[in-house]
Design a protein around this ligand. Structure first.
Ligand code: F6R
Length: 608
């Protein structure tokens, strides 16, 4: 996720900006840049890669001046590069902006501005803001930014500076956080409090749709309609480490709680009001969609589980046969392709060596590859023919949470998109699934309320030697992911089984008190799953069942039941993932494990 810093006062802006950006490095980024007003012009320096690259470039060629803005970019539109890094300038270099988030209507604005004669230097959505302000400027920067903001759609935070009014910075918050730090004869702006803590602990937290007009001596806040707002000063009492984790004890917990937003961001611009999946980045026509006669999904670990859900949705809606395979096997198997096999590579990081090798194998055999990844400009994104980016933001904890649920969302969108183009499913069925997908941010917010119950269960369960997860259909895939999460951070041995398979071997391991987590969200398989729960109960297992709120039967079968807010069973893997992530998390905490960096594991597996 991008980071923003702004400064206006008497210090050298460059060092304040660089220090502030350093404090935001933990959020992840792929390029960085600063802009400083030197008394006559605004000078901009920006660089692909780490902040240290930018610092090297500034070494001996620093930007003098005491007003400036800075940015670390996590690419969403346009690959990571020097040109796409922020700050962005208009044609004249008089207006300079930094931007977090997504401008949904940037294509239309860019076209309009291009027709007016504006010249664009980057591939980003952000650059349109600088040109839009240039085109609207009427001698009043604050008024112009308000006008521009009212023409922008999407979720964003902006900071604008101008040589025409170099004594002010104007900041806008719309669904993307911004705070103003208050100093004596100096003021600061940042997307997150850690960037300010070395200078001040007194801040205004901008609320939704608020604009701040910041000079060295005063800060005035407005709503987007121009009416004034009286802000309360917040005194920050937390320390730096807590601030980075936004008050959460671990990044993993923070990322679990970020899922409603990550899912909403992944849906932005991809779900039309009439519940049609539109994937503008693919722009396929009906012929392209109809040609596909087979799909291979390749991925590792959690991303492989996302692929297993993807298979079920794709087969159901498109009737195309789908195979899913872990990339480390696929790459050496000499897979059989049909003429029009589509290969889908799923990878949060986009750098996993096995997934990349499997992708290359498919490419070398002339197959079209679509990537589902969280990292724009990653190797997987660059080498694939088509890319669907999940908008989870950087995931820092090794155990994948929000990247997984956004991968599932990407599969729902893609399957519905493909089915519409092929005319292969009842439009009402597609609309029903997409309506549930649209409701996922809310459903996930509600299911986060199960945290206290999962914490309590995890405390009792944390010292068990092993656990079993069972389910049928999509619940089986959810069980696989639940077991993986538990293994990797709590180190409890866990196995997931298709509930109907138990009696073919595993039932021998079920004995008194063995914990079994049973998932029962698939209505058409409910009775079968209940029978399987009875099988393990008959061997004295201890069963925690997860099923929909409103169920009357499960409490008579299982020892404990966790009720989930009801939604369409097709999207259940997203909803069920959350309590299972919480279970793994709290069990790991109870055991005193290093939750964010579990033993023997790395975040990005770039070796075979
Ligand atoms: C588990 C986990 C791993 C990754 C796997 C693939 O929580 O994070 O199983 O899912 O290493 O990584 P990516 O998605 O980056 O290719």
């Amino acid at each position: 996720m991008c980071g923003i810093v702004g400064y206006i006062g008497a210090r050298e802006a460059q060092s304040v900006l660089l220090q502030g950006l350093e404090k935001l490095e933990y959020r992840g980024y792929d390029s960085a840049g600063i802009a400083v007003y030197d008394g006559s012009v605004i000078r901009v320096k920006k660089r692909l890669g780490r902040l240290s690259n930018l610092e090297e470039q500034l070494n001996g060629h620093g930007l003098p001046g005491s007003v400036g803005i800075g940015h670390t970019r996590w690419a969403t539109h346009g690959r990571p590069s020097d040109e796409n890094a922020h700050p962005h300038e208009d044609c004249s270099g008089h207006f300079v902006v930094v931007h977090n988030g997504i401008i949904e209507n940037y294509r239309m604005l860019r076209e309009q501005l291009r027709r007016e004669g504006h010249r664009f230097r980057s591939e980003t959505d952000s650059e349109v803001v600088a040109h839009l302000i240039e085109s609207l400027y009427d001698g009043d920067l604050l008024g112009t930014v308000l006008k521009a903001a009212n023409r922008l759609r999407g979720a964003y935070a902006l900071v604008v500076m101008s040589v025409r009014e170099p004594d002010r910075l104007v900041a806008v918050r719309k669904h993307s956080p911004l705070v103003v730090g208050l100093g004596e004869g100096e003021n600061f702006i940042a997307s997150d409090i850690p960037a300010l803590l070395s200078y001040t602990r007194r801040v205004y937290v901008l609320d939704e749709g608020e604009v701040a007009d910041v000079t060295a001596s005063r800060v005035a806040c407005y709503r987007l309609d121009g009416t004034g707002v009286d802000k309360q000063v917040l005194e920050v009492t937390w320390d730096m480490a807590a601030a980075e984790k936004a008050g959460y004890e671990h990044f993993m917990l923070k990322e679990i709680y970020e899922q409603p937003k990550a899912i909403a961001d992944t849906l932005t611009g991809r779900l039309a009001e009439d519940n049609r999946a539109v994937l503008p980045e693919l722009g396929w026509d009906e012929d392209t969609a109809r040609q596909i006669d087979r799909i291979h999904i390749i991925a590792c670990g959690t991303a492989y589980h996302a692929g297993m859900v993807g298979r079920q949705i794709l087969e159901r809606l498109t009737r195309i046969p789908v195979e899913v395979e872990v990339a480390s096997e696929y790459r050496y198997r000499e897979p059989v392709y049909t003429e029009n096999t589509l290969v889908i590579a799923v990878s949060q990081s986009g750098e996993t060596a096995d997934t990349l090798a499997a992708l290359r194998e498919a490419k070398s055999r002339g197959r079209r590859v679509l990537a589902i990844t969280n990292v724009v400009g990653s190797s997987v994104a660059r080498e694939a023919d088509d890319v669907v980016i999940t908008q989870a933001g950087p995931e820092i904890a090794v155990a994948s949470t929000k990247a997984y649920t956004t991968q599932l969302v990407a599969f729902y969108l893609f399957a519905c998109y493909l089915a519409r183009l092929r005319g292969s499913a009842d439009p009402e069925a597609i609309r029903g699934i997409l309506e549930a997908v649209r409701g996922l941010p809310e459903a996930v917010s509600k299911v986060l309320d199960t945290a206290p119950a999962m914490k309590q269960f995890a405390r009792r369960f944390a010292w068990k030697e092993s656990a079993f997860f069972i389910g049928r259909g999509l619940d089986y895939v959810a069980a696989l992911e639940g077991a993986l999460k538990l293994k990797e951070i709590s180190y409890i041995h866990a196995e997931a089984y298709a509930a109907g398979e138990l009696k073919h071997g595993t039932l021998a391991l079920i004995a008194e008190g063995v914990p079994v987590i049973a998932l029962a969200t698939q209505d058409h398989l409910y009775e079968k799953t209940v029978s399987n729960i009875k099988e393990v109960k008959a061997r004295d297992a201890y069963v925690l069942a997860l099923t929909w709120a409103g169920d009357g039967e499960m409490a008579t079968v299982a020892d404990e039941v966790l009720y989930l807010p009801r939604t369409n069973p097709w999207v259940a893997p997203v909803v069920v993932a959350v309590p299972l992530q919480l279970l793994a998390y709290y069990a790991a905490v109870e055991r005193g494990n290093d939750v964010d960096k579990p033993r023997n594991l790395a975040k990005s597996v770039t070796v075979e």
